[in-house]
Every structure is written in structure tokens, then in C-alpha cells.
Design a protein around this ligand. Structure first.
Ligand code: SAM
Length: 273
């Protein structure tokens, strides 16, 4: 097969197809090859690996992943306008399998019999929902390299006693190690969004108790749902006597959720039946 190098330049393809970005689909495209290759280098060497991309759009990141020598790339795209551009790529790269549809409805564990690396410039409107699902669902991914608005990236890696620390920080850090790999300025996108973005890299923790993780979702939803309130009030929706739980795990009932560590939240989740 001729390969990805045989394709016309991405900008020309976007222009010739008249592919203007749609805000409703969270579309901000990347065309800078150096930046796209940098994203693809973030998870390490992907040669021979299986990769999952959400929202390939016109295919800039897709092309970079194929250049990196992935063995299999599954890409799910919701916008029918992008499908003919993506078909042009799969016509020259058999490694690419395009799925037309909504990533929120995909059952990834059924598609990937061996762990896959997720690499995606996520649509902002569904990015957090997808991340929460991947963090709390079955362990089918080997790493995640994801673009978010910088403010969301900061919430993911935040530590207690900061305003960014919340449910997303706790769920992430109970399941993975996460770091901000680098920032991406708004001008790198077409069209430029209003905010700076950042690429976040996640590696799964070696052993995770998934039952506990589900309880953690419930406990953190209650605790951070009323983050200004003391925990003895916020947790009343889960137990008639929150003080008993809190004292059992060594948390002062007058503390607020944003002061509680991930390990303390896990101890609380163990008490939830
Ligand atoms: N990967 C391309 C790039 O980096 O230039 C496009 C990224 S753009 C931020 C997000 C892409 O996700 C768009 O192509 C959009 O159509 C697609 N998208 C939006 N919602 C989606 C969903 N629920 N499922 C699958 N794709 C979706």
C-alpha cells in the first residue's frame, strides 16, 4: 500500500472538501505536523501497538499516528462530513479502521481484546464524560494521551486544598497516574478556541479495585456536589450518621471535600454499601 506519505497536504484536503469546523461538535482542528507528532510521541513508542482515537475529524492526528507505525488504529467519528476524508486515508493505510458513530455509545472492551492506547484531541463537549467512563469502566486501555482545555487538565492533576481539586481529580488519581505533558496555545487550532489547551498523559495504576471505584464515584458525587458545605452535611444523602463514617476513617466532620485526600476518600468509599 502507498502509505500515509502519498496523501495530499491536510490543509489542502480540508479546503477542497470545504470542511468548516462545527462548534456543536466541539470541532477545533490541528494541522501543525510538528505538534501532532509531539502528541503522538507522548505515550512513548507506538510501533506495533493498537490505538484508539476519538474524533479523528479531517485526520491530522490520525495521519501522525499512522506515521508512528501503529499496527491497528480504530477511529470513531460522529461527523458524516469527515468520513470521505478518512476513507481516503484508510484506502492507503490498511491499519486504519474508521467507525462512524458516537464515541459515548462505543463498547470499547468488546472492540479491543488486547489493551489499546487512547490518543485523542477530544471534542470539548464530551471530553469529561468520556474520561470519567474510561477511568471507572473495564480495564481495556494501556495509556491515555488526551487533549483538554487547560482548566480541565488542571482539575485532573490537582491535589487537595486547591480550588481545582474535585471529583475528577479523585477519580483520576484512584485509577491512574496523570501528568500534564505540555500546553497547546489556542492559535494552534483551526478555528482557535477561546482558551489554552493541554495534553494530559495517563498510565493505569497496576491494581485497582473496580467495585471500590464505583463507590468512590457515589461518595465523591455527594461530597463535591456540595463542596462549600462541611462533610457531615454533604454526606447526609448517603448515610443518616455521616459523623460515624467520618470519625471511623479519621476525617474531622467539619472538613470540606476539597481538603480530603484520595486515600481518605477511598477509605470512605469502603464504608459505603
Ligand atoms: N482529531 C482532529 C484534530 O485533532 O484535528 C479533530 C479534533 S476535534 C477537537 C473533535 C472531533 O470529535 C471532531 O471531528 C468531531 O466531529 C468529533 N466528535 C464530536 N463529538 C463526538 C462523539 N460524540 N463521538 C465521536 N466523535 C465526536
Amino acid at each position: 500500500m502507498p502509505g500515509v506519505e502519498s496523501l495530499p497536504p491536510l490543509r489542502d484536503v480540508i479546503e477542497s472538501h470545504g470542511l468548516w469546523a462545527r462548534k456543536s461538535l466541539g470541532q477545533n482542528f490541528l494541522t501543525d505536523t510538528n505538534l501532532l507528532d509531539r502528541i503522538v510521541r507522548t505515550p512513548g513508542d507506538l510501533t506495533g501497538q493498537t490505538v484508539y482515537e476519538v474524533g479523528p475529524g479531517p485526520g491530522g492526528l490520525t495521519r501522525a499516528l499512522l506515521r508512528a507505525g501503529v499496527e491497528k488504529l480504530v477511529a470513531v467519528e460522529r461527523d458524516p462530513r469527515c468520513l470521505s476524508l478518512l476513507a481516503d486515508i484508510s484506502a492507503v493505510c490498511a491499519q486504519l479502521h474508521v467507525v462512524a458513530g458516537n464515541a459515548l455509545a462505543i463498547e470499547e472492551a468488546a472492540i479491543f481484546p488486547r489493551p489499546a492506547h487512547i490518543v485523542a484531541n477530544l471534542p470539548y463537549n464530551v471530553g469529561t464524560a468520556l474520561l470519567t467512563r474510561w477511568l471507572t469502566g473495564a480495564p481495556w486501555w494501556a495509556s491515555m494521551t488526551l487533549m483538554f482545555q487547560k482548566e480541565v487538565a488542571q482539575r485532573i492533576v490537582a491535589t487537595p486544598d486547591s480550588s481545582a481539586y474535585g471529583r475528577l481529580s479523585v477519580l483520576t488519581q484512584a485509577r491512574a497516574t496523570a501528568r500534564i505533558a505540555f500546553d497547546v496555545p489556542a492559535r494552534a487550532f483551526v478555528p482557535p478556541p477561546k482558551v489554552t489547551s493541554a495534553v494530559v498523559h495517563f498510565l493505569p495504576l497496576p491494581s485497582v479495585d473496580f467495585h471500590l471505584l464505583r463507590n468512590l464515584e457515589i461518595v465523591t458525587a455527594a461530597a463535591f456536589g456540595q463542596r462549600r458545605k462541611m462533610l457531615r452535611t454533604a454526606l447526609k444523602q448517603l448515610t443518616p450518621e455521616p459523623e460515624v463514617w467520618l470519625e471511623a476513617v479519621g476525617i474531622d466532620p467539619t472538613q470540606r471535600a476539597e481538603t480530603v485526600t484520595v486515600a481518605q476518600f477511598q477509605n470512605l468509599a469502603r464504608l459505603y454499601k
